[in-house]
Design a binder for this molecule. Structure first.
Ligand code: NAD
Length: 357
């Protein structure tokens, strides 16, 4: 099969980690006889330098014409003092909007060979952690009606949470589809004991699941309990779906459990198969251009792209297995290095993964 991939290298370590992911995709392509065509477009600081804006029209067009998009990271010291709408991060928000992406999928996987990196006690993570948090991305309180003013001589502020059945159904559909390919269990997180939006959320998720995914077990967990359970017994969770604000907080909590930011990938999806795949970390300007960064989050983002956008499940699994084998053999980039390991750089890490494929 043939796929067009738009690559947005971005800034800092962006070009290094994207190059590593491209090497791995090419290796998979060779083995399984797929052709991946890569076209690079500018975003973030790199685009500001060339075009005077963080998201040029050519980048939007290239992404919309592609089968999927791989993003490195944006931002850096050089552009830190620009006004809000001219900053590199604006490019990210813009491309998500232009591509109509309303879900954010954040796997938090603790690789057994990296269990020591988790801040939790070893006995809590001895069976590994492999959670996917599906966060609604374009609705809820972050996008609701807001007000700030003075009433009866006192300053006040107000943010409103709104969700429609359609918004809840479409995010539930993404989470249920993922759950159907994994454990067939879905945890839906809300605050239905207090919030009206949560009561609608709960009813809608159950009704949609019963009608479209009757073989999936849906369990409800209140958000305060979820925050506790994530650190008490993270291994109990598989796929989790939740609203924009709860997902924002819980996905960062889950990420911390794994202890290594350089290992975590994320994707954003909308209607259709095209998605935006990226590491969760930033552009790490402090280590850019030194060939010492960890490319694994981006390589794993590419693996998610194969599975979730292209339906290439075996190929995706093969990348994950190759990463596992490389770690099992003791190879580590500087950020996850521990005594007795073999320290490698970004390019070497990619070469080792290719060698395992
Ligand atoms: P960061 O994630 O870039 O870096 C935090 C720390 O983690 C740094 O010490 C960095 O060296 C290290 N690190 C990050 N990724 C690594 C990797 N792959 N391998 C090894 N070490 C890694 O966060 P920050 O320092 O707060 O932000 C730097 C820039 O990135 C800022 O301009 C920020 O706005 C931007 N940023 C972009 C994104 C994105 O593009 N999605 C996300 C977060 C931050």
């Amino acid at each position: 099969m043939k796929f067009d991939i738009a690559v947005l290298d971005g800034d800092g370590i962006g070009p290094e980690i994207c190059a590593a992911a491209i090497d791995v995709l090419n290796k998979i392509g060779q083995k399984y006889q797929h052709i991946f065509n890569f076209k690079h477009y500018d975003i973030g600081g790199a685009a500001i330098d060339k075009f005077g804006e963080p998201l040029p029209e050519s980048t939007v067009k290239g992404c919309l014409e592609s089968d999927s998009v791989l993003l490195g990271a944006v931002g850096g010291y050089k552009w830190d003092n620009l006004p809000g709408d001219k900053r590199p991060e604006k490019g990210l928000l813009g491309i998500r909007k232009a591509m109509g992406l309303y879900s954010n999928i954040r796997p938090a996987k603790l690789w057994k060979s990296l269990a020591g990196a988790s801040p939790l006690k070893p006995k809590l993570v001895e069976n590994g952690v492999d959670i996917i948090i599906v966060r609604e991305l374009t609705g809820g309180i972050y996008f609701g009606k807001r007000e700030h003013g003075t009433k009866d001589g006192e300053e006040y502020a107000e943010d409103t949470e709104t969700y429609s059945v359609k918004e809840i159904e479409r995010i539930a559909a993404i989470a249920l589809e993922l759950a159907s390919k994994r454990s067939k269990r879905l945890v839906s997180v809300d605050k239905a004991n207090v919030l009206e939006t949560s009561r609608l959320w709960r009813r809608t998720v159950h009704a949609y699941a019963a009608e479209n995914y009757p073989d999936i077990t849906v369990e409800d967990v209140l958000v305060d309990n979820m925050a506790m359970q994530l650190v008490k017994n993270p291994a109990q969770f598989d796929v989790v779906v939740t609203s924009n604000m709860f997902g924002d907080i819980l996905s960062d909590e889950a990420a911390q459990i794994t202890g290594s930011i350089g290992m975590l990938a994320s994707s954003s999806l909308g209607d259709g198969k095209r998605g935006l795949y990226e590491p969760i970390h930033g552009s790490a300007p402090d280590i850019a251009g030194k060939d010492i960064c960890n490319p694994l989050a981006t390589v794993l983002a590419a693996s998610m792209m194969l599975r979730d956008s292209f339906g290439l499940t075996d190929e995706s699994k093969e990348i994950e297995n190759a990463v596992q084998k490389m770690l099992d053999k003791g190879y580590r980039t500087a950020d996850i290095y521990e005594e007795g390991a073999i320290k490698v750089g970004c390019r070497k890490a990619a070469e080792l993964i290719c060698g395992e494929i």
